[in-house]
Ligand binder design. Sequence first.
Ligand SMILES: [Zn+2]
Length: 429
Amino acid sequence: MPKGLPFSVDTFSPISNRKKHHFLTHAHKDHSVGISTHSFFPIYSTQITKTLILQQFPQLDSSLFVGIEIGETVVIDDLDGTFSVTAFDANHCPGAVMFLFEGNFGNILHTGDCRLTPECLQNLPEKYIGRKGKKPKYCLDYVFLDCTFGKSFIMIPSKHSAIQQVINCIWKHPEAPMVYMTCDLLAQDELLVEVSRTFGSKVYVDRVNNAECYQALTLTAPEILSEDARSRFQVFEGFVNFYERARTKLTEARANFQPEPLFIRPSAQWYVYDEDSKTGSQRKQMPVRAKKDSFGVWHVCFSSHSSKEELEWALQLLQPKRVVSTTPSCRAMELNYVKKHCLHKEVTSDDPLWKLMEIGVEEGSSSPQVSTFSEICRIQIPIKVMNKRNLSESVRKLYRSMNVLVPRPLPSLVKLMNSNKRAKRSFQF
Ligand SMILES: [Zn+2]
């Protein structure tokens, strides 16, 4: 998060330790890097996220956490000004939330990882949602957005539809003695729940070799867990040597003239890879049924991240001033909304951007000239005035995430910064 904010989200590093308040959107490991050695109070998260994190990192002090649940608003006192934060369902995995921050730094929505559906968005305060082509009553200054599929043109079915495709695939293979599902990620538990409910069978998870998945399910869906290793429905570890292990089982069945086991891999990654290698950026049709690959594994396009289409639609409703990609970096620029509405937006003297960049306007001094965000990114000044080292890492990250070069400021901005420096010097003497 930019240096000028009093909080960090999903960041646990020596730099973020300087922040006074820490927020964790959900329990996926790529969002909690560094938390195992974190010792600063408080970390705000939902109770489920806290419990899952403590399962993963038992050495972590549980008293560091402060609970915030979906729909709850917490008012936080800070020396730089009181601000509020509200948690909203991110439709990603158990316990996952988006955070809406409102304070003198502006109004900021951090989505964490999310699958933005209409239900998700309608839970946000109405004042931030534009209706019937009209602008929202209040403008979000920033949306820190999960842009995982911001570049991909694949049409991603809804979670409900993807789950139905998995169920249909199983129905069509009644002869399969075993059904192996690569559902060991936290976001895939709802799929296991629906399969278990539909077929009236519990699901076996190897508690030794797939300990994290097993532990997480004891928390999120203990009723579906089977202790019987012969159960027809099984969670199959989907990453390490997956194809070799699947091929061994398939070959064994064929050699013994036995019905083949069914392997189902619910993930959007296979479709994205397929898209990149074959059709580039061409829009593809929505996958409506499971697809078998040449190895005999069935794929279903299941995603707990928003499609590009959903991202564009959400931004059209929210109409934020700026969008920053949280994951992966440099992806927000692929979105049409950002290209059209964010880069040429005016940056006025009272814009929260200055606060985010920790550039203060000296009292009594003239305001910086009105400029546009893309101008700030484009204008070049002599390296002597401001080289890359003078820009804080967080600001550079902010710009990188917007897919623009590390900025060299406008002459008006240089003036502003010099006057700021002069003010600091006179204060010291
Ligand atoms: Zn995630």
